[in-house]
Design a protein around this ligand. Structure first.
Ligand code: ATP
Ligand code: MG
Length: 306
């Protein structure tokens, strides 16, 4: 590999070199492989502000620009995912509440993302805030999203419009909304912020996932951990990253998402960083993370076929 700064390994030079190398890698991705069947990811961590929404939005956008068909479910009453994808979600807008509580079909509730033809979004409005309590008294309260989603995915497949990936963005809690997501999903993606206290509460999340797996959804697995807001200049970030990799091994994606102002600015323009600033390190990292996720699936398939 050519070295941009051969004799000058200062942190800035190293960062520039890494950026160039990442840009080359990402440029070479023309189309991501389609999975054999729809992969349903639950993006969960009950800790607030760790990058669940940012990850959902940017992985969806990265996969869409690389040729995949995506459904995004905003399961957080804050509706940040809907905002970032430029989806109408003012109070009273039909969305995930109607699917969960009123049993409406998801097909009548999804909206097309204006920036990406191949992303459909099931939005969340503030009405969803009441669902956590309303669900308690409903029949099959934990499995309502699963039922609605399976029926919609089947319907889409029948029409020749099969989704490649579904991303469910969870709220920062372990209540019934998150449980519904864990029952509806097959894979859990946990974003971990490279900050102090990052691992606190993780044990509780993993125990909840095990409970759901034991009683409600045996097919559920934590397949992916993504390090977010990584700042290679600080010992704290690299220390947290090393600890997470030691604990969780190969589940952790090689790509870590850097702390980047462009990533945090993008939602205020109702955009993902992938469209807002495609050559930024944030955009490149999310595309590279998407490639890892997509290629892991084809790797697993090859393993299974042996
Ligand atoms: P909540 O628990 O409230 O749903 P969350 O886990 O979904 O939060 P985000 O909303 O994605 O977290 O991110 C929290 C804040 O951090 C946001 O302001 C977001 O723009 C910012 N942020 C996320 N990732 C990065 C990053 N890599 N670099 C800089 N800022 C980031
Ligand atoms: Mg969020």
């Amino acid at each position: 590999m050519t070295t941009v700064f051969p004799d000058d390994p200062t942190p800035l030079a190293r960062a520039a070199e890494e950026h160039v190398s990442l840009a080359r890698k990402v440029e070479s991705i023309v189309q991501l492989p389609r999975p054999a069947q729809t992969r349903v990811f639950v993006v969960a961590n009950q800790k607030g502000g760790v990058g669940k929404t940012t990850t959902t939005v940017n992985l969806a956008a990265a996969m869409a620009i690389k040729g995949l068909r995506i459904l995004v479910i905003d399961l957080d009453p804050q509706g940040n995912t809907s905002t970032a994808l430029d989806i109408v979600h003012t109070e009273g807008t039909p969305g995930v509440y109607e699917a969960l509580v009123e049993g409406e079909s998801i097909g009548t509730l999804v909206q097309q993302c204006p920036a990406h033809e191949s992303i459909q979004v099931l939005p969340a409005s503030i009405d969803l805030a009441g669902a956590e309590i309303e669900l308690v008294s409903l029949v099959a309260r934990e499995t309502r999203l699963d039922k609605a989603l399976q029926s919609y995915l089947h319907e889409a497949e029948q029409k020749g419009e099969r989704y490649d990936y579904v991303f469910i963005d969870c709220p920062p809690s372990l209540g019934l909304l998150t449980v519904n997501a864990l029952v509806a999903g097959r894979e859990v993606l946990i974003p971990i912020q490279c900050e102090y206290y990052a691992l606190e509460g993780l044990g509780q999340l993993l125990r909840n996932i095990e409970l759901v797996k034991a009683h409600l959804n045996p097919k559920l697995n934590v397949t992916t951990i993504l390090l977010t807001m990584y700042d290679g200049r600080t010992n704290l970030s690299s220390g947290v990253a090393a600890e997470v990799r030691q604990h969780f091994g190969g589940t952790v994606l090689t790509t870590a998402i850097p702390r980047s102002v462009r990533i945090s600015e993008a939602p205020s323009y109702q955009q993902s960083v992938v469209t807002y600033d495609p050559s930024s390190s944030g955009a490149l990292s999310y595309i590279e993370a998407a490639r890892e996720i997509a290629e892991r699936a084809s790797g697993q398939k090859r393993e299974a076929q042996r």
